[in-house]
Design a protein around this ligand. Structure first.
Ligand code: GAR
Length: 194
């Protein structure tokens, strides 16, 4: 079995990153987490990845000012050095330009804390509660040029219950994210092996 080389891009806590790292420990998992990149030097997830023995890199967007292309070229260079085949965005809070997205067409996944195409963007849990939605959930999709769009690989719904707050709902959705992200990556990596 070929284990595809995967990079995870994070900006913060990295709980989805951890879920992917844990899943990839299974002997029959078709991908290995070969690299974790953060755009923020202080991202908590970096320490977790290092403790797991996974190579990490920081490409700090603030170094590049308004020059998004220079930031993305630096990211791409690190991905190439590590011979990365698939990229998983996991709480990576930078918008990517079509330049980078096209390079990773069909090979870049994102997890979003809502049932896309509903509630694209930020603050999804508050907006779902405000709308009176009865269900909410998580989506893993292939990344397309438009934000929070692209073919959906996997989704899981969660109920919204009386008394839910942004925090209780976010925690329920996060559990769903942790279940579907490793499954979605497995699906993509397996498809590449056929
Ligand atoms: C996750 O809920 C993820 O879906 C969300 O940020 C959180 C990161 O948590 N991503 C977005 O909102 C992207 N627009 P984590 O760092 O613990 O994985």
């Amino acid at each position: 079995m070929i284990r595809r080389r995967v990079a995870i891009l994070i900006s913060g806590r990295g709980s989805n990153m951890s879920a992917l790292i844990e899943a990839a420990k299974a002997a029959d998992y078709p991908a290995e987490i070969s690299l974790v990149i953060s755009n923020r030097p202080d991202a908590a997830g970096l320490a977790w990845a290092r403790a797991e023995g996974i190579p990490t890199a920081v490409v700090d967007h603030t170094t590049y000012g308004q020059d998004r292309e220079a930031f993305e070229r630096a990211l791409q260079a690190v991905l190439e050095v590590h011979r990365i085949e698939f990229v998983c965005l996991a709480g990576f809070m930078r918008l990517l330009s079509p330049w980078l997205v096209e390079r990773w067409h069909g090979r870049m996944l994102n997890v979003h804390p809502a049932l896309l195409p509903a509630f694209k963007g930020l603050d999804t849990h508050r907006r779902a509660l405000a709308a009176g939605a009865k269900v909410h959930g998580a989506t893993v999709h292939l990344v397309a040029a438009e934000v929070d769009s692209g073919p959906i690989i996997m989704q899981e719904t969660v109920p919204i219950v009386t008394g839910d707050t942004v925090e209780t709902l976010a925690a329920r959705v996060l559990e769903a994210e942790h279940r579907i992200y490793p499954e979605a990556l497995k699906k993509l990596a397996r498809a590449a092996n056929k």
